[in-house]
Design a protein around this ligand. Structure first.
Ligand SMILES: C[S@@+](CC[C@H](N)C(=O)[O-])C[C@H]1O[C@@H](n2cnc3c(N)ncnc32)[C@H](O)[C@@H]1O
Length: 239
């Protein structure tokens, strides 16, 4: 994992600070990789990556014109037009065959799954997928594993009192237990220092949901209760 600084200084007096979440995502990007950043918004991640990680190149893509305009301005401002290509398009569609790494961060887990699940032929050359979902990390793990990837690395990052997972997948096959899908095989193995806080947060969310979920949502209520039991079991690992 690369050890990166938060501040970028480029030639003139142009500097900006990248947030800890995006910095963590960037720390998993390898030297010489060619990434597509789906849902780039301002393209801060891409500018940061190409100016900090040697030999990298990025397609910064988004499905909305507004964010892409701000991406275009930033790429120009920081003089990285040769290393960051701005592309409008839905999901993975703006990819080209030279790209080896997909990065998606800052959107819901099911949106990420939808983006990756239905057009796998578009990213046959991709070896690495780095995802930082705002929700449903357990489903993200499970669905990406189904697509022929294994979980290579994981991290949790706390920002503004919220904890975000970062998941790194590489092509390959591996079997995971339900508990590993829910909380992350590597986070569990490492007894990650933020995992206990993350588990407690998840426990509170699920308990709240269970309280307001109508009694006739039998299946969801049953799933929630099972998930709560698993959380308790995982929390007991930390005692
Ligand atoms: C909250 S921003 C996240 C920006 C940045 N990736 C980050 O982590 O800070 C989400 C961005 O994803 C874009 N987006 C959402 N769904 C998309 C899709 N299906 N294809 C491409 N971009 C999408 C939105 O337009 C928005 O700019």
């Amino acid at each position: 994992m690369a050890n990166l600084k938060n501040q970028i200084e480029i030639g003139d007096s142009s500097t900006f600070f990248i947030n800890e979440r995006l910095k963590k995502v960037a720390s998993f990007i390898e030297e010489e990789s060619r990434i597509i950043d789906v849902g780039c918004d301002h393209a801060f991640l891409d500018i940061y990556v190409v100016t900090n990680i040697p030999g990298t190149y990025a397609i910064a893509s988004d499905n909305k014109i507004g964010p892409l305009e701000s991406a275009r301005k930033n790429v120009k401002k920081y003089h990285v037009e040769d290393q960051v290509q701005i592309k409008l398009g839905n999901g993975i569609e703006p990819i080209d065959e030279t790209i080896d790494t997909i990065v998606i961060s800052g959107m819901g887990g099911w949106n990420m799954i939808g983006i990756l699940k239905y057009q796998p032929y578009l990213y046959k050359n991709v070896q690495t997928i780095i995802l930082s979902p705002n929700s449903d990390a357990n489903h993200v793990r499970k669905e990406i594993v189904k697509l022929g990837f294994k979980i290579e690395n994981e991290a949790l990052i706390k920002e503004k009192n919220l904890i975000y997972p970062v998941l790194v997948f590489k092509r390959g096959k591996k079997h995971y237990s339900k508990k590993e899908y829910l909380f992350g095989p590597i986070l569990l193995e490492r007894k990650d220092s933020l995992l206990m806080e993350y588990l407690n947060f998840q426990r509170l969310q699920k308990e709240k949901l269970l309280k307001i979920l109508p009694k006739n949502y039998i299946k969801r209520r049953w799933e929630l209760k099972k998930e709560l039991k698993l959380i308790q079991k995982c929390l007991s690992l930390f005692l």
